[in-house]
Design a protein around this ligand. Sequence first.
Ligand SMILES: *Cc1c(COP(=O)(O)O)cnc(C)c1O
Length: 458
Amino acid sequence: MELPFAESWKIKVIEPIRRSTREEREQWLREAHYNVFQLKAEQVYIDLLTDSGTGAMSDRQWAEMMVGDESYAGATSFYKFEAMVQRIFGLPYVIPTHQGRAAENVLFSLLVKEGHVVPGNAHFDTTKGHIESRKATAIDVTCDEAHDTQLEVPFKGNVGLEKLEKVLKENTGKVPFMVLTVTNNTVGGQPVSMQNIRETCALCHRYGVPVVMDSARFAENAYFIKTREQGYADKSIKEITREMYSYVDAATMSCKKDAIVNMGGFIATRKKEWYDGAKMFCIPMEGYVTYGGLNGRDLNAVAQGLDENTEFDMLDTRIRQVRHLAERLDEYGIPYQRPAGGHAIFVDADKVLTHVPKEEFPAQTLTCELYLEAGIRACEIGYMLADRDPVTRANRFGGLDLLRLAIPRRVYTDNHIDVVAAALKNVYDRRESVTRGVAIEWEAPLMRHFTVQLRRLG
Ligand SMILES: *Cc1c(COP(=O)(O)O)cnc(C)c1O
């Protein structure tokens, strides 16, 4: 008999979690204004809000925490961190920051000016926020395939090259850089092929525009290149990563994702002038350039995390678990962004809660229903997150309306995943009876989804 697959690690530390009753959840969700960001974590049974900073560190990472050097300047931890970033990405100039958005803040403070245009394959929300708050425009140039959730293509995160070229052509002198996000989070954790990375960078460089890789899930992207793209099956994840970054000019990274730490980020670049310029913003915003808002022990944990999470077995264990959830949903006929992405399953809420009008936020409504069903916290990646148009202030209903089930790295077992799938099936089975959604009672002017207060309709 062929041996089944099993995780490439075993468990050394556990954290108890508790189920709740439906009555408790009804009350807690009401108190949270039907926004799961406002719940207390202890009111959640299985937390799939995000895969960001929620991973389980390895024993090696904890060991590295113990030997962190907490010197203010020039700590050995910084040099360990810097050397690892240089080794993994091949980019020589490295600035640590406390998380990914801080890296964006520091670098964009240098580069983004009023009136600028920044194309990208579906900018992450903080990336878009850092562009729009500087009175510049973020333009999505993701390939069209990404917007049909049922289309089964291997690299749905790709840049649409014609769309990108149009933006570059029409905005000469106004494009400080292009953002290439791997994997493409916003359209479902979908990967970008090596060919597309190569062609995107060549196109940008032809127009004299540098490329910044938004790198949160670079290792998962490399895994998909290895397993799906011709010519890469025999290359290691580390070799593939080096090639990916050989084409770009800089990277910003949220280490809370593929470095499997609870907090951390960095900027890395081959452009000396960007490095020198960004350092000047790092000091007042994040701290001195050898710690950038991080403890020495955090820098050590990032270095170790980058090393071990660019090994195939670690990524294989992870991606298989995401696929496991997808296979359960296939069994139950629940529509999601196909094929399964790297870090999450994105359920197509528009196709589930078909009776809830988009003005009443179907994905947000589904988030509430799933929490009420089983205490599972998912995240809306849809019309609420899409926010309002900065000029017209109208809700942006043009994109997808998704419920994201983000899977923390090395945290839940496949049994937990089966509970999630079953809970979602129960909601799906009674979808016809959900006819009303939610209405906004209060919202912030920017990135409203974190703090929005809602009312349940009907
Ligand atoms: C998480 C994320 C960021 C921001 O990083 P934080 O560490 O959360 O500040 C930027 N881009 C992408 C693609 C991300 O997933």
